[in-house]
Design a protein around this ligand. Sequence first.
Ligand SMILES: [Zn+2]
Length: 312
Amino acid sequence: MSATDETFLDLALSRSRVDRLARVRTDDTELGAVLRREGTRVLELRGDTAAVLPSPTRLRLRAPRPDDADHQPWFLGRDDGLDYVAVTLDGGGAAPAPSDDEATWVGLREVGAELDDRDAGLLTAATALRAWHDRHRHCPRCGAPTEVLQGGWLRRCSQDGSQHHPRTDPAVIMAVTDPDDRLLLATGIPWPEGRLSVLAGFVEAGESLEAAVVREVEEEVGVRVESLTYRGNQPWPFPGSLMLAFRARTAQTRIVVQESELRSASWYTRDQLREGLAEGRYTLPSRVSIAHRLIEEWFGGPLPGHGPAVPR
Ligand SMILES: [Zn+2]
């Protein structure tokens, strides 16, 4: 494999070209002007999906309409002189744009690796906001309803005035190798047999990233890792994670699977993985995931049957 000290800078969901322009969020006059501007582009969300057009794969964006302001649009930012906002169509939202084109409604997981940098960034931010709004309609302090402010980037309690910002939960994900450079791959409890991925887990309260890597690996497979190398990060808004990727090595090869967390786990050589993929016995996480990228890096190139993880 071609080892490198550089981190992953081109992960599918870490790409963005849009300037978030946070100052606009607190400027009601400017926010109103954004919604009246002919050039503003509106991204419609239905559930956790957006309308996507083919060849090239891109978001379907439309001009603003007078009723958009009634549906608490979220200000996503500005790029190349154009403003971008998102509106939700369900839950009493605006009516959808006419579907007289080839658009299909798909989620970020399915389409994230196919979109260009601008659209990938827009849909990642909108998907993350969507998940946060859906889960924070009430104040965590007193339970009263919260109201949406600042172009969708703040919720405020209607009773005690406390302010709540979109939250992100850090999670670590790690490619663990043994002294023979075999990769540790595991199958989660709810997964079908043959689906493999690297280990991952949430960072706990008051815990460093490195400590979380060591703890998770030890909990799940009873192996002590050392020599951690940070590889990169990308948002994973399903619903609100930030995935922080590491490589780690261990001198131990004996695995003790924690059966409450995993169905199975084992060490794999590159030949074993190549053959299993070619024969259809194994499936891997999708190209949009940082897990795929970690496995690809260890493998030394695109994984059989998957194409490159790096977006084109
Ligand atoms: Zn409250």
